[in-house]
Write a protein that binds this ligand. Structure first.
Ligand SMILES: [Zn+2]
Length: 684
């Protein structure tokens, strides 16, 4: 995905779409009230001490993380129901003998081939044999690069990352982007961070690489030596990679070079004109995110023995496809990426893992089937109207700001008015007719899907920008702001609350859950520390007066300091700079949702529902969006590699700056959720 997009949550839990009885049933069985908010409250916690645990605690205690999961919460509940329905569709398609090339044939063949564990075991590494042979045959740097460039279209992350998406400074132009990449661990900090848990992960990663060698027939002693060398190569690559927070500066990550310049100045070993031509790309210019990374890569390529580079490519290829190969590879991949990294104790059942892959390969095909049943026109109308209510609230807030000049305000309002919205599902569905899915092997089908995605991406180069495209499927439990289109994209699944139909939810819940935590959040991304640098047309172009910009930065710094102070794991703080955009978006989202909620009849009537006042329900509705708990490994991974703070702090962090929240829950000075007025964040 285009790294410039600001998503609502990290992309680990991908898909969900259902309106189902899961949460409500759990509540009824426990004998508690049937109210979606009241039933989740843990009354043993004071909301002024820890609002997240107060709001969600009862539910979280009643729903421990299953052994087969690394996190559990509202997203997984909706995902579970989606999977149950997807399974029925897939099983029916597998039996249907639908015409070749039809959507049903693709779904059916993907499903039945993937479910055939015996076939995968029998095939072993055979589905990868062409690529492995190319790597084996390499004998010099040029042929190693041949193999490396052939892996990119298969979705194997080696050496660097490449993508075709809009030019940050000319949003009507598709551009070829090159950026840092090629690491097997989730972030460059994993290679250096001294925290004990990270050190253990590093050690386990080398063991994992050893085992991957052994699974390919290499002796234990040899595997040990070769794994150590690959780790040294990756560590050096990590050493020339920018840290997470540095990737969020769009100016510093924007560098235009001709392919010839790029070769001459940074990577003499890579003739970009020739290499890109092999991908059917002939750009005049390259958008290079991190030239310093490529300079470092050049040095590494020149100094690393060819056999080590071959091993590096080989391991990344096998790791990228292990989940679709036989049991031994699948298990080894899970042992590291599941158990060690995220703390998950056992694999999910095969059918769920297959559906995850199916959803990644055929996502829009499945989405088209789904939205018919799960996102009625009334829902689309409700959330379209809610976007406009949030926009109105935002405009009013901008006009009232005491720190921004009239000049910048006028431009901010113009940008706000220009934000486009995509709600529910795409107006036009992508044509997948050229994607071929068969019954030869699971891995080959995944490979075909990835090749298709890559070809589709490459084909956009040189054509007019299609601003109607979606970067997420409608069944994704997530949302995003795309600065290049100045648009918010809100997939249907994001609005679902398991156990409740949309028309059963009172406005307080919906304004907290959807208007604040999602719509307001995404809209605020247009004006966070990164998004504010893009103009109404989606171009990276400064429209702020110098004084307004420095005032914004001073206010944002308060937020940075607040989050830097949080320490979710001993020795690991939240990265306040890396998570700044998300934290501003959460904070702004709550304020905008609140302003809009105050216009509703429910707020004005001021009557309690299930014993909760409207304002209380609004804040609890926001916390419902972050109803989730995770294992230590996944928490660590998020802290090091994700721009989103962990769920608990996405609730407690912004809330601790909001006077209406204090009022709603009688938060008193001196309590952890209370901050003196002078220490509160005040931006939007
Ligand atoms: Zn976000």
């Amino acid at each position: 995905m285009n790294p410039v997009l600001s998503t609502l949550r990290r992309g680990l839990l991908v898909s969900a779409l259902a309106a189902t009885p899961m949460l409500a049933q759990a509540v009824t069985q426990a004998g508690a009230t049937n109210d979606v908010l009241a039933s989740h409250i843990d009354h043993s916690v004071d909301p002024g001490v820890d609002f997240f645990s107060y709001a969600n605690g009862a539910w979280l205690k009643a729903h421990p993380i299953p052994a087969s999961e690394s996190q559990w919460g509202i997203g997984q509940e909706v995902q579970n129901e989606l999977y149950a329905d997807l399974r029925k569709i897939s099983e029916a398609a597998a039996k249907a003998h639908a015409p070749a090339g039809s959507d049903q044939q693709k779904i059916g063949d993907f499903w039945s081939t993937a479910m055939n564990q015996g076939l995968a075991d029998k095939l072993g590494l055979a589905p990868l044999q062409d690529e492995l042979a190319r790597i084996d045959a390499a004998h010099d740097l040029a042929s190693v690069l041949d193999a490396g460039f052939a892996l990119q279209p298969l979705g194997v992350d080696v050496l660097f990352s490449a993508g075709v998406y809009q030019d940050e400074k000319a949003s009507d132009r598709m551009a070829v982007h090159l950026s840092q990449g090629g690491l097997g661990l989730p972030d460059q900090s994993y290679y250096f961070n001294k925290e004990a848990g990270v050190a253990k992960v590093r050690q386990a990663y080398v063991q994992h690489l050893q085992k991957l060698f052994q699974l390919q027939g290499v002796s234990a002693a040899d595997a040990d030596a070769r794994a150590t060398k690959v780790m040294a190569f990756e560590t050096a690559l990590a050493g020339v990679s920018r840290p997470l927070e540095a990737l969020r500066d769009p100016q510093k990550n924007y560098n235009l070079l001709t392919p010839a310049e790029m070769t001459r100045k940074y990577t003499p070993a890579i003739d970009w004109q020739v290499r890109l031509a092999a991908w059917k790309l002939a750009p005049d210019q390259l958008n290079v995110g991190q030239p310093d990374f490529f300079a470092g890569l050049q040095k590494l390529l020149a100094s690393t023995p060819v056999p080590v580079l071959q091993d590096y490519l080989r391991l990344h290829l096998v790791d990228a496809y292990s989940s679709f190969l036989g049991q031994r590879f699948d298990d080894e991949h899970f042992d590291f990426y599941g158990k060690v990294l995220t703390g998950q104790q056992q694999q999910r059942p095969r059918w769920k893992r297959v559906l995850r892959a199916e959803n990644q390969t055929l996502g829009m095909i499945l989405g088209r089937i789904y939205v018919k049943d799960y996102f009625p026109a009334a829902s689309k109308a409700r959330y379209n109207a809610m976007v406009e209510a949030i926009r109105t609230a935002y405009a009013a807030r901008i006009r009232k700001l005491d720190w921004m000049s009239p000049e910048t305000k006028a431009k901010a309002e113009a940008k706000l008015a220009a934000i486009t919205k995509k709600v529910g599902y795409p107006d036009h569905w992508k044509d997948y007719s050229s994607l071929q899915i068969g019954r030869e092997s699971y891995a080959q089908n995944v490979m075909a899907g990835r090749r298709w995605e890559f070809a589709d991406m490459v084909s956009k180069f040189g054509k007019p920008v299609d601003r109607s495209e979606w970067d997420m499927t409608p069944q994704t439990y997530n949302a995003y702001y795309n600065p290049s289109n100045n648009e918010i994209v809100l997939p249907a699944a994001q609005f679902m609350i398991p156990g409740f139909k949309d028309d059963q939810l009172d406005d307080a819940v919906v304004y907290g859950y959807a208007a604040a935590s999602t719509i307001g959040h995404e809209m605020t991304h247009g004006f966070d520390d990164e998004g504010r640098q893009f103009d109404a047309q989606g171009n990276l172009k400064d429209w702020w007066t110098a004084q307004d910009a420095s005032r914004f930065q001073a206010r944002a710094q308060v937020m940075v300091n607040q989050f830097n102070a949080y320490q979710p794991l001993p020795g690991l703080h939240i990265n306040g700079q890396a998570s700044l955009g998300e934290n501003i978006a959460d904070f702004g989202g709550i304020l905008l949702g609140l302003d809009a909620f105050k216009q509703t009849a429910e707020y004005k009537a001021g009557k309690p529902v299930a014993g909760l006042m409207p304002l209380q329900r609004f804040f609890l509705g926001y916390a419902l969006g972050w109803l989730s708990q995770e294992r230590e490994g996944l928490l660590r991974q998020g802290l090091l590699s994700d721009v989103h703070a962990p769920a608990k702090w996405r609730v407690n962090g912004p809330m601790s700056n909001i006077p209406d929240f204090y009022k709603a829950f009688n938060v008193k000075p001196g309590q952890p959720m209370w901050r003196p007025a002078a220490q509160r964040v005040k931006i939007w």
